[in-house]
Design a protein around this ligand. Structure first.
Ligand code: BEZ
Ligand code: FE
Length: 299
């Protein structure tokens, strides 16, 4: 049989339009707007790739497997989007549509955010009580870090704003991936004081590979791709009347800074950790100010 490239008109050229035209007059308006494009791209992909039934069936099994593996602690479908660059692209589109102004750049949420991190006072640590038997217990002391900064819009410090923060342990695992870590380890929520300032203790983040024990990781292997993310800390910053900022800061000294497996590193989000003197609780220090844009959050 000729390949599709040799015979461009081999398929019914009315088919895609007929599928799009099946949408009824009472369709959900946003779906009626976006589905023609989705259907067109899907059909073009199938034609261009000469997709066989056997391959399409494998694709369905792959997506089903992502769904089965996802729960409140792990989101494999989101991880799949991440390794395909889709979450980063959607983040870029959203921030351009909403217009971030001079605000801190956003970055992807990623699949490991958990609601309900403990509310902590400024200056507290997000490191929960660690068992000295943990394999990385000594490395935790070496990475002890103090982070501080302000929240503001362009001109005014923002008092009473919140910062939700999370990062991995020195073994590269988030607490929900690791039965040896205490619940909610390395997660916390802080509220800025009257001068708009926040501060907390944590650990200097490390690079880590995205999980490879599911379909998304298998895909990376089949594509002969690296799986590492550069060392980073996640933040969600919220203040009344301002656009919620979802972002990450990246250690500029990390070897993976130019090769993030989920394409999330952006200009303006690279930071340098400095040595901290005179503080028994921290060897490292990072000062980072967040600037929030005014306006609504896009739904
Ligand atoms: C993360 O930063 O937590 C993350 C983002 C995308 C995929 C996997 C992990
Ligand atoms: Fe992360």
């Amino acid at each position: 049989m000729d390949s599709a490239q040799n015979s461009p008109h081999v398929y019914d050229h009315t088919f895609t339009d007929r599928v799009i035209a099946a949408t009824g007059p009472k369709a959900n308006p946003r779906l009626a707007e976006v589905m023609p494009s989705l259907i067109r791209h899907l059909h073009d992909f199938a034609r261009e790739a000469s997709l066989t039934v056997a391959e399409w069936t494998k694709g369905i099994e792959f997506i089903n497997e992502c769904g089965r593996m996802s729960d409140s602690k792990r989101n494999e479908t989101q991880l799949l989007c991440d390794v395909l660059g889709l979450e980063s692209l959607v983040d870029e589109i959203s921030s351009k549509l909403l217009g971030g102004g001079n605000g801190t750049p956003s970055a992807i949420l990623g699949p490991f955010y958990r609601h309900g991190a403990p509310d902590l006072p400024n200056g507290a640590s997000i490191v929960r009580q660690l068992a000295p038997s943990l394999p990385w217990y000594d490395r935790a002391a070496e990475g002890a870090t103090f982070i501080h900064g302000k929240e503001a819009n362009d001109l005014t410090p923002l008092a009473g704003a919140t910062i939700d923060v999370w990062h991995t342990a020195p073994n590269g695992l988030y607490e929900q991936q690791d039965p040896l870590q205490p619940d909610m380890n390395l997660r916390g929520r802080f509220t800025t004081d009257s001068s708009g300032s926040y501060s907390f203790y944590c650990l200097r983040p490390v690079p880590y590979p995205v999980p490879d024990d599911g379909p998304a990781g298998r895909l990376l292997g089949l594509l002969d791709r690296e799986s590492y993310r550069p060392a980073h800390i996640h933040f969600i910053v919220e203040a009344e009347g301002h656009r919620t900022l979802v972002t990450q800061v990246f250690d500029e000294e990390d070897e993976w800074i130019a090769d993030d497996s989920v394409f999330a590193v952006k200009e303006g989000l690279s930071v340098r950790f400095k040595t901290r003197d005179g503080d028994k609780r921290a060897r490292w220090e990072l000062g980072y100010d967040f600037v929030l844009a005014t306006g609504p959050n896009g739904d």
